[in-house]
Design a protein around this ligand. Structure first.
Ligand code: NAP
Length: 320
């Protein structure tokens, strides 16, 4: 089988397509033939070798994929060969023609969801779901600012929050991205590059502020986010690429709360709840992953450059 291999940490060019030994399912394991693999910003951080997660070399990148079960080891009962599935992490990496998973990492994919869309489920939707509901405690009737709504987590967050009865304000940095955010169900869309956009958000909430912020770039926005919060407001830090100075006083009169999250910290029971919620939303059509770009697996390096560029538009997936 062919797989992307990283033999040394570094830039996108360290990813090379190689012939490797076929993966084989042992007890409690599943081999999935990958039809599409999702590209996430975290894949690029890991590839540099400077991230908290540092795999042993050589390794195959990728947490997300969708495809068909090729084989299942003894003790696997919830899926069988031929089933359409998406994966939530794997043992051997998803940037490959086949990936070896523990059975708990393999989840049924509803028939109405394409493989390319299935490759956008776990990290983006799982993160948005956990950030909104499990960490942020989002409730119907509240107003949420999805700060960075044009990318993978953002489009997922807009769809999830809209379906759950929140008023959704989304931001995007390009006209194309903002049109996408609107099409996903945001009630209001603003440009996070517009010097006036904080006032626009306050105007949209009639001066009250938002109940929650799902934040994709906290090192740029956290100090501003605090000034946008209504009383009892919460900021959930999803994305961050540096440091920032904030004024803690902004949290005081608002009884506000700043919370961080990393999807991979999610306890098993809450993760099971996330997958159940995502399956239901995918099946009933309220969740519709946006595939912005399909790139051949051999060009994974190009995908890693693209995912870090401004002008996000849904998700980038690799096609083996
Ligand atoms: P993505 O698809 O590349 O999207 C990035 C988003 O950030 C786009 O909407 C982009 O908008 C927006 N953005 C750019 N500049 C911004 C600014 N100044 N203010 C607000 N938003 C801005 O990435 P993603 O997959 O959605 O992930 C988003 C972030 O969350 C990444 O940093 C990722 O590493 C992190 N993440 C964390 C977890 C976790 O477990 N904590 C899980 C998944 C992702 P434009 O391009 O339109 O400007």
């Amino acid at each position: 089988m062919k797989a992307i291999k990283v033999r040394e940490f570094g830039g996108p060019e360290v990813m090379k397509l190689e012939d490797t030994a076929d993966v084989v399912a042992g007890e409690g394991q599943v081999v999935v033939r990958v039809h599409a693999a999702g590209v996430n910003p975290v894949d690029t951080y890991i590839r540099t070798g400077t991230y908290a997660v540092k795999p042993n070399l050589p390794y195959t990148p990728g947490l997300d994929a969708a495809g068909v079960v090729e084989s299942a080891g003894t003790g696997v009962t919830h899926v069988k060969p031929g089933d359409r599935v998406y994966i939530a992490g794997s043992i051997s990496g998803s940037y490959a023609e086949k990936t070896l998973c523990n059975s708990g990492q393999v989840h049924p994919l509803p028939d109405n969801v394409s493989f390319a869309q299935g490759a956008c489920v776990f990290v983006p939707y799982g993160t948005a779901y956990r950030g909104l509901f499990q960490r942020g405690g989002a409730k119907a009737g509240e107003t949420v600012l999805i700060h960075g709504a044009s990318g993978g987590v953002g489009t997922a967050g807009v769809q999830l929050a809209r379906a759950a009865g929140l008023t959704v304000i989304g931001t995007g940095g390009t006209e194309r991205g903002r049109a996408l955010v609107k099409a996903q169900g945001a009630h209001h869309v603003v440009d996070h590059g517009d010097p006036d956009y904080l006032r626009q958000i306050m105007d949209l909430t009639e001066g009250r502020g938002v109940d929650m912020v799902l934040e994709m770039l906290a090192n740029v926005n956290l100090a501003k986010d605090l000034t946008l919060l209504a009383r009892g407001g919460r900021v959930v830090v999803v994305g961050n690429r540096g440091t920032i100075e904030i004024n803690p006083r902004e949290t005081m009169g608002r009884d506000a709360c700043i919370m961080g999250m990393v999807l991979l910290n999610t306890p098993a029971a809450e993760l099971a709840s996330i997958h159940a919620g995502l399956y239901a939303g995918l099946e009933n059509g309220s969740l519709r992953p946006v595939v912005g770009q399909e790139i051949p697996l051999a060009e994974a390096a190009r995908a890693h450059i693209a995912v870090m560029e401004p002008g996000a538009y849904g998700k980038i997936v690799l096609i083996p």
